[in-house]
Design a protein around this ligand. Structure first.
Ligand SMILES: C[S@@+](CC[C@H](N)C(=O)[O-])C[C@H]1O[C@@H](n2cnc3c(N)ncnc32)[C@H](O)[C@@H]1O
Length: 325
């Protein structure tokens, strides 16, 4: 049974503060999910602001539309677009908007996606209530985790487990998955869990190996890290000078990409050390506002355990003329 679409917005006050909103702002919520942040963003935009809410999950958009309607805030200020934040530029062009004042990317999966058992994102209860191994954030396109595991080479699977799950024993598990699917395709989360258990990878480590494997597969199915890299570029290109970019990441792979992109935007010069004058032509695009990522308080984690791993980083778009020093 699908749960009610609800998502407790993570680091809400910090997000709103760093987005620097004012009446009339044009804002992209690139991951509108359950509309948790969006409702509060709308409260800051006055009557002539604009919110462009994007998500790859059509269910999320439909549910958010209803929630905003019920709250009486769905009006001409709101545009909901079913697309990836990689395509921020196309979404803006289709709305005839050139530049925006703020972009929010609250990465990963929503509570609704996690809690909807049949979408296959989790393995809790897999043995008693097996669910299809799907894991697509956009179930209307792409390949499910089961299809991916069926078609991928053993080396590809090993690469995902190693790179996206940082799983000790990645090679052994990839081999076991390949052997197992020859006999019986891995169709449910219970099938995958069985292979993980039998292989005994990552035992005694801090993280449950199944958590790492499911994370790795989810990242591969949704091509999450490439989407993030492209999404960050698209967001920076969409911002007007002085506009704000706020990103909330939930694991170190994502956070590292955000940190590097922000650093490269602030210090794009790739000239060799001691080059007297910059010749690489790097253009400064960002000023980093959060030197260290902002973490949720203990209080917030107590209220919402899913906030536990959140890290928020914010940057400001600088005027295009600024060149690398
Ligand atoms: C953590 S939830 C966002 C929750 C939202 N901020 C709220 O308060 O309700 C992440 C959402 O981002 C969406 N998402 C993930 N990758 C995306 C992408 N590349 N483009 C657009 N949406 C994406 C997911 O489908 C999910 O609904």
């Amino acid at each position: 049974m699908a749960s009610v679409f609800a998502h407790e917005p993570v680091l809400l006050d910090e997000t709103i503060r760093h987005l620097h909103l004012h009446p009339g702002s044009v804002v992209i919520d690139g991951t509108i999910g359950g509309g948790g942040h969006a409702r509060h963003i709308l409260g800051k935009l006055g009557s002539d602001g604009t919110l462009i809410g994007m998500d790859v999950d059509g269910d999320a958009l439909r549910a958010t539309k209803r929630r905003l309607e019920d709250a009486g805030v769905l009006d001409g200020r709101v545009h909901l677009v079913h697309t990836s934040f990689r395509r921020v530029g196309d979404a803006l062009a289709s709305l005839g908007i050139q530049k925006v004042d703020a972009v929010l990317l609250d990465l990963g999966v929503s509570s609704h996606q996690l809690d909807t058992r049949e979408r296959g994102f989790r393995f809790a209860e897999a043995e008693t209530h097996p669910a299809p191994l799907d894991m697509r954030m956009d179930p209307s396109s792409g390949q499910s985790a089961a299809e991916l595991l069926h078609r991928a080479s053993e080396a590809e699977i090993e690469g995902w487990l190693r790179e996206y799950g940082e799983l000790p024993g990645a090679r052994r598990l990839a081999r076991a998955i390949a052997d197992s699917r020859d006999e019986h395709p891995l169709e449910t989360n219970a099938d995958l869990l069985r292979v993980i258990r039998e292989t005994r990878v990552g035992r005694g480590r801090q993280h449950n190996p199944a958590t790492l494997v499911f994370q790795a597969l989810r990242i591969a199915v949704n091509d999450e890290l490439s989407a993030l890299r492209e999404g960050l570029d698209a967001a920076v290109a969409a911002l007007r000078p002085g506009g704000r970019l706020v990103v909330i990441a939930y694991h170190s792979l994502e956070d590292r990409i955000v940190k590097r992109a922000f650093r490269a935007g602030e210090n794009p010069c790739t000239c060799p050390p001691r080059t007297p004058v910059c010749i690489c032509g790097g253009v400064v695009t960002l000023r980093v506002i959060t030197r260290r990522p902002i973490r949720p308080s203990q209080d917030e984690v107590g209220r919402n355990p899913r906030a536990r791993s959140a890290r928020l980083r914010a940057a400001e778009r600088v005027a295009l003329e600024e060149r690398a020093a």
